[in-house]
Design a protein around this ligand. Sequence first.
Ligand SMILES: [Mg+2]
Length: 311
Amino acid sequence: MIFASDLDRTLIYSQAFVSDYPASVKAVETGDYYSYMTENAAELLKDLAGRLLFVPCTTRTVEQYRRIGFFQNELRCRYAVTSNGANLLVDGAPDAAYRSDMLKALAHNCAAGMDILQGFGRLSGAGWAGAMRHADEAFYYCIVERDNVPLDELAEFSDWAAKQNWHVSLQGRKLYLVPRAVNKWSALQRVLEMAGDDKVAAAGDSLLDLPLVQGADYAISPAHGELYEQYGGYQLDLHARSQSQSHKRSQCYLNPHPKCWRRVFTESFKDLPNNKQGACSRRHWIFTESSGLAAGEEIIKTVMQLLRPIE
Ligand SMILES: [Mg+2]
């Protein structure tokens, strides 16, 4: 099985999340920027990575990903998806064939990209957005003054951009404009081909992670962020609905995607309690109970529980 996970605000967290967390934390990124995991989460992830194929899937550029010392020194990953899927690192180096295919796909998006940037520039009070940066020649992002973002206007722009096959995602102080062709799931498909694996547990917190969590057999999201805000309200307590003693994960919830996941959810819900061996063969979406830094640890523990029936 593959565990494909977003990093920021899913497994690793900035300083802002640390102050409310009482237990010990580990700095996994140091230097100009700091990121943290709980001490326990860092150890559990190393253990888990020895039992399955762990693939970091981040929107960070290659350079930004390499700043995370933990993945350079303590937990080296055979594969890593960066730049929201525009780059695939194999043993730390960009895969040239994948990059070439991606650039060809992106060539079809250049004209649309100019339209998107112009449309964004027309949003009122542009003073809340910093300079737009082109990340790894694949997508755009800028730093925003979060309190001044005209959210209704941005939502309208997001709807329009979606019709042009672009995603708009607001994560903390960063706003991303990403063509649909650039997504983590497409990159992970290449990993699946290379690794010859076929089962995926995926984790992510933002709308940019949606293709990943939709494509995976199991999806896990923290109880914070864009996905939780949009889909977390559809929680169903599996334990309350199931009399099965074999399924004891009462602290977790399975969630149907409001539109396209409901049918899948219904089928899998019916089958799950008596089907431990096949626990990973159905699509489920689990939200953690905890939010913030502790959610990262809970996600890792959840994957360990998913793994147990098929080991
Ligand atoms: Mg994230």
